[in-house]
Design a protein around this ligand. Structure first.
Ligand SMILES: *[C@@H]1O[C@H](CO)[C@@H](O)[C@H](O)[C@H]1NC(C)=O
Ligand SMILES: *[C@@H]1O[C@H](CO)[C@@H](O)[C@H](O)[C@H]1NC(C)=O
Ligand SMILES: *[C@@H]1O[C@H](CO)[C@@H](O)[C@H](O)[C@H]1NC(C)=O
Ligand SMILES: *[C@@H]1O[C@H](CO)[C@@H](O)[C@H](O)[C@H]1NC(C)=O
Ligand SMILES: *[C@@H]1O[C@H](CO)[C@@H](O)[C@H](O)[C@H]1NC(C)=O
Ligand SMILES: *[C@@H]1O[C@H](CO)[C@@H](O)[C@H](O)[C@H]1NC(C)=O
Ligand SMILES: *[C@@H]1O[C@H](CO)[C@@H](O)[C@H](O)[C@H]1NC(C)=O
Ligand SMILES: *[C@@H]1O[C@H](CO)[C@@H](O)[C@H](O)[C@H]1NC(C)=O
Length: 344
């Protein structure tokens, strides 16, 4: 009775929002009692982790902390608990059935790969007898479960907008061009992410020039460039995507930690609002179509213990306080993705 009542309420809220053409943070309004899934805390739970990552043979070295020698295990034991409600436990079968015959694509940088590998491992570990097909084509990898005819893709596209090489090798960042978007339009679910690459400078700076409309510059304020690229992406969603067919998610801004070495439990506090989150929120609020923000920023800020640290790709020489161990924090991003997908 209660459940069906809130379901009705949810539909009313959802439709009103579509009628007046304004979305935003519909996720915060989903579910029972207006529960904000992203406002909560981490609790120690003996039933975690959700799976044994050692059964997944395909996890990349940079995320495979246990295999790289990490000894402490508590970081695997935390479950995200929203203050206003309980998140449903992840059910791989239910997830696959919901997406039967569909294609899900993550688009972005290595944090997209992190979430994608976490998800494929969560699905595979639930049924290690399952057949899967793994393919790579250029910067796109695809993981398919024939049993459900589901495909989970990841497309590495760190700025979302284009970066093109001139004949002499100089790269130009084209702020108003999204040439890969045609490929995205064929998907049923898209999860976008971009942030970290906007701040590479010096020898790691990925472009020689920035093209914005008819003007070309050497460089500009990076947060401004980020906002312009997001606006190009937003305009594409608003004009080209049929969001009744293709569900659009934004991963949110995954936070780094300055120093994560030796951390074995979550921190009690977070830094203030992340600068990337402020820009992202502004762009999303200006959109007409329904985009679901996973809002991973704050909940991940608590998880200083969740990074590979010295158990990533670079070991002690290149301590990784950016990515997340698998199993680990990215599983929770997928629990949230699943909870929202089942409601929309
Ligand atoms: C993300 O969630 C946190 C915690 O509830 C909240 O403080 C923040 O405003 C949210 N961000 C956005 C963009 O909604
Ligand atoms: C998971 O979902 C499937 C399909 O809906 C259901 O049959 C099964 O009982 C669920 N498993 C658990 C542990 O709830
Ligand atoms: C599998 O899914 C794809 C779309 O992702 C669809 O085009 C195809 O017809 C499906 N195949 C079967 C056998 O259902
Ligand atoms: C690889 O991707 C390119 C461009 O996206 C596409 O044209 C080509 O058909 C793909 N090849 C395979 C084998 O899927
Ligand atoms: C490449 O060409 C552009 C435009 O003609 C020029 O500004 C740039 O300096 C050139 N780069 C190199 C490495 O020669
Ligand atoms: C760019 O230049 C073209 C041709 O000169 C002009 O038609 C167009 O309006 C310009 N666009 C912008 C954004 O200034
Ligand atoms: C968004 O909706 C407003 C009001 O209906 C409209 O003026 C605007 O052109 C729309 N934007 C896009 C990108 O479709
Ligand atoms: C940070 O760095 C210091 C000194 O190198 C170290 O003792 C400490 O354990 C590190 N880790 C955290 C999470 O602060």
């Amino acid at each position: 009775m209660m459940a069906s009542f809130s379901l009705v309420l949810f539909f009313i809220v959802f439709m009103l929002k579509n009628v007046d053409g304004k979305l935003m943070n519909d996720v915060n309004k989903l579910g029972m009692n207006d529960c904000d899934l992203f406002n909560g805390n981490w609790v120690y739970d003996d039933d975690y982790p959700l799976y044994d990552s050692s059964v997944c043979p395909f996890i990349e070295k940079q995320f495979n902390c246990l295999k790289n020698g990490r000894q402490d295990r508590d970081y695997l034991k935390y479950r995200w608990q929203p203050h206003g409600c309980n998140l449903p436990r992840f059910n791989a079968t239910q997830f696959q059935l919901k997406l039967k015959g569909k294609r899900v694509m993550f688009v972005g940088d290595s944090l997209s790969v992190d979430q994608w590998q976490s998800l494929t491992c969560m699905l595979y570990a639930a049924d290690p007898q399952a057949k899967y097909i793994s393919r790579r084509n250029g910067s796109t990898s695809c993981f398919t479960f024939p049993k459900y005819n589901t495909s989970y893709l990841v497309s590495q596209n760190v700025f979302l907008v284009d970066i093109v090489k001139m004949e002499n090798g100089t790269r130009v960042l084209e702020l108003d061009s999204l040439s890969t978007a045609a490929q995205w339009e064929e998907m049923d679910v898209l999860v976008f992410d971009t942030w970290h690459w906007w701040f590479h400078t010096g020898r790691k700076q990925p472009w020689g020039f920035v093209q914005d409309g008819n003007s070309t510059n050497k460089d500009a304020n990076r947060v401004t460039l980020y906002e312009k690229a997001l606006n190009t992406w937003a305009k594409w969603v608003d004009t080209k995507v049929d969001t009744t067919k293709t569900k659009i998610f934004f991963q949110g801004v995954s936070p780094d930690h300055d120093n994560c070495t030796g951390a074995t439990r979550p921190s009690e506090s977070t830094q203030g609002q992340h600068p990337g989150e402020i820009v992202l929120e502004k762009v999303l609020r200006g959109m007409n179509k329904s985009v679901h923000l996973l809002n991973v920023t704050k909940l991940s800020q608590y998880r200083v213990d969740g990074h590979p640290s010295v158990y990533g790709f670079g070991g002690h020489r290149n301590v990784d306080c950016t990515h997340w161990c698998i199993a680990g924090v990215a599983d929770t991003w997928n629990v949230l993705l699943s909870a929202i997908l089942h409601q929309i």
